[in-house]
Design a protein around this ligand. Sequence first.
Ligand code: ZN
Length: 134
Amino acid sequence: MWTCIKCGRVFKKENQPHSCQKVSIESHFRNKDETRELFNFLLQQIEKQIGKCKIFSLPCCVHLFGTYDFLAILPKKDRVELRFALNRKLNTPRLKISVPMSSKVFKNCFDIYTKQELDNELMGWLKESYHLKD
Ligand SMILES: [Zn+2]
């Protein structure tokens, strides 16, 4: 594991090319009060049910880092899009899209509109992703 001294992000490879640019969390939620609330609720649930994580606000999205970057959160006007890796393709109508990253890892994407959608099933998948690289 290598930590970039400029931006504090952690990578598998030393000197992994990346953008050190960080943006404020607020800039992701400008004029998106309801999305911000949903985001705060999601963070609370993760801290409570899964574990500690660091927040990295990048130009593209917000990353949550547990033992690795386990979750990308993309704030939209009426929802947040969640992207996380699992070692299987989820078979659920809730899934928006699943993209193979390798023969063993799939990136799963979900659109979340309400707090009710952050239920046990979804939190279970996030937990699985959090522990994927233990
Ligand atoms: Zn950096």
